[in-house]
Design a protein around this ligand. Structure first.
Ligand SMILES: [Zn+2]
Length: 210
C-alpha cells in the first residue's frame, strides 16, 4: 500500500439554527465543528495538542451580524440581506488572508500595513491570496469543492453594487429582492465552510503561527 499523508478531515458545524460554531485549536489554528472538540482532552486532529482552551469561531461580532441578517431574511427583505451578506463575506475572506499571513510569520504590524494598503477585496483575493497560497483563489475553491463560489460571489457583488449605485442589473428588479436574498443565504453558508477548509489547508496544517 502506498503511504499518502492523509489530510485531516474537516468536520462542519450545524447551520440550521444560525451561525455555525467552530472551535479553534490555539496551538495550530485548526478549526473543527466536531462537538467532541469542545472536550479539552480530545486531541487536535492536526497537531495533537490537548488541554488548552479553544476559541470560538466565528467571532461574536460576526455572529451578531449573522443574527441580524437571518432576521431580515425572515422578513423577506432581500435587498438588505444581499448588502449585509456581502459585507460579512468580505470580513470573513479578509480574515482568512490575515490568518494566512500570520501563519507565514507576518506579525501584527506587518499585517496591518499590508491590509491598510490593500483595501479592495478584489486586490486581496486577486493578488494577496495567490501570493500566500501559491495558487489562485478560484483554484483553491475548486479543489475544496466550491468551484462555483467565486463566480456566484462576483455576481452577488455586482447585484449589491447595482442597489447601492442605483444602476441597472442584468435581471428584473424583483429578482433582486426575492430570490437574491435566498441566494445570498446559500452563499453565506458556503462562505463559512470554505473559510474553514481554507483555514485548515493553508493556516493550520503544519504552518508556523505567530
Ligand atoms: Zn492543533
Amino acid at each position: 500500500m502506498k503511504s499518502i499523508k492523509k489530510p485531516h478531515k474537516t468536520v462542519f458545524a450545524d447551520t440550521s439554527a444560525g451561525a455555525p460554531t467552530y472551535w479553534e485549536c490555539p496551538a495550530c489554528g485548526f478549526l473543527s465543528g466536531d462537538p467532541r472538540f469542545l472536550d479539552l482532552e480530545h486531541a487536535c486532529p492536526a497537531c495533537g495538542a490537548s488541554g488548552i482552551e479553544r476559541r470560538r469561531f466565528p467571532s461574536d461580532r460576526v455572529r451578531r451580524l449573522d443574527d441580524r441578517i437571518r432576521a431580515y431574511q425572515e422578513q423577506g427583505d432581500g435587498e438588505i440581506v444581499v448588502i449585509l451578506v456581502m459585507a460579512l463575506l468580505e470580513t470573513i475572506l479578509e480574515d482568512i488572508v490575515d490568518r494566512m499571513m500570520s501563519a507565514q510569520g507576518a506579525d501584527l504590524k506587518v499585517r496591518r500595513v499590508v491590509m491598510d494598503s490593500q483595501r479592495s477585496i478584489g486586490v486581496r483575493i486577486g493578488k494577496l491570496f495567490p501570493a500566500l497560497a501559491g495558487e489562485e483563489f478560484e483554484e483553491a475553491a475548486e479543489e475544496l469543492g466550491y468551484r462555483d463560489f467565486p463566480k456566484r460571489w462576483r455576481t452577488m457583488r455586482e447585484a449589491r453594487n447595482a442597489f447601492i449605485h442605483d444602476s441597472p442589473f442584468n435581471g428584473p428588479r424583483e429578482r433582486l429582492d426575492a430570490e437574491m436574498g435566498a441566494d445570498a443565504m446559500v452563499l453565506l453558508d458556503q462562505a463559512y465552510k470554505l473559510f474553514v477548509l481554507l483555514n485548515n489547508k493553508f493556516v493550520a496544517d503544519g504552518h508556523h503561527r505567530s
